[in-house]
Structure formats: structure tokens, C-alpha cells
Design a protein around this ligand. Structure first.
Ligand SMILES: [Zn+2]
Length: 160
């Protein structure tokens, strides 16, 4: 099935959509599920990594290194959002995420590196939830957005 990739101009989400048998008319953009949500950019950045090919069992070293770069950009966005907040718990979670991330050797990816990246992603999720909680909002649930990603190959390597 041919999946079309669409980058949302508002939050930067890279969304995959492949409407069965439906061709999208030229000039018509699909709606972005994050638009209008608080921290849309952070949610989209998290989910792009969460649903990324690096988490599949048969991920290639190239896919893992690409995820490694995605993490770096995502950390920048999160640090920016946190800079204007006084949220010690979120800062601690971000520090833990970066600690895990910095333990990764992108030149020689091993199972341990994948585990560290997975840990980093979990801590990032907690930071986003901390930010949402501060606004009185419910936690971010990636699975609510699964249909927008090329995530047909689930289950991910969830059991360590
Ligand atoms: Zn968007």
C-alpha cells in the first residue's frame, strides 16, 4: 500500500496516511490530529519517534541512527518548552532522559543502546505529561494517534 507522507506546517508532525482506495485531491490537505492540542509539537515529536521504524524487531542500524538524530532535535524542543516553566519533576525527567541518551553509542548500535533509547523515550513522555498536568490536562496517549503513522508492524519490541 502506498503511504503518503504529510508534514504539518503547524506542529511539524510527519503523518502517514493511506486512505484505502481514496485519492486526495490536489490542494487538499489532510487534517492534523495534533492541531489545537496543547504542546502539539512535543506530542508530534514524541510520536514520530515512538512509532518510528527503529523500534521494530528488524530495524536497521540506519533507522536507529536516524532515530538518534530525531531524539536530539526533540530534546531541543522539550528544553525550550521547559525553560519557561518552573517544573522540577519535569526537569528531573528530562535530565534522566538525556542521561540515557548520552549513554548510547550511535556508531555501534547494540541491544543495550536500544534499551537506553527506549528509556529516554519513556522519560520524555513523562516530561510531556508533566507539562500537560501543569495545565490540568490528561496525559498524552500515543495510541490515540497510531492510525496517523506507518505503524502497521506493531507489536514493537516492548519486552526487554
Ligand atoms: Zn499539526
Amino acid at each position: 500500500m502506498q503511504a503518503t507522507v504529510f508534514r504539518c506546517p503547524n506542529c511539524g508532525a510527519e503523518l502517514h496516511f493511506a486512505p484505502p482506495g481514496v485519492s486526495v485531491p490536489a490542494g487538499v490537505r489532510p487534517g492534523c490530529p495534533y492541531d489545537g492540542l496543547s504542546y502539539a509539537e512535543l506530542r508530534a515529536g514524541h510520536d514520530a519517534i515512538y512509532f518510528g521504524p527503529w523500534r521494530k524487531i528488524e530495524a536497521s542500524p540506519f533507522e536507529v541512527r536516524r532515530a538518534y538524530q530525531q531524539f536530539r532535535r526533540h530534546f531541543d524542543a522539550i528544553a525550550k518548552a521547559l525553560a519557561v516553566q518552573d517544573l522540577p519533576a519535569a526537569r528531573r525527567d528530562l535530565a534522566l532522559a538525556m542521561e540515557a541518551y548520552h549513554g548510547v553509542d550511535p556508531t555501534a548500535i547494540s541491544g543495550n543502546d536500544l534499551r537506553l533509547l527506549d528509556n529516554a523515550l519513556s522519560f520524555i513522555h513523562r516530561v510531556i505529561d508533566d507539562l500537560l498536568h501543569e495545565k490540568g490536562l490528561p496525559p498524552h496517549r500515543p495510541m490515540d494517534f497510531a492510525e496517523w503513522y506507518d505503524a502497521v508492524e506493531v507489536p514493537f519490541r516492548d519486552a526487554w
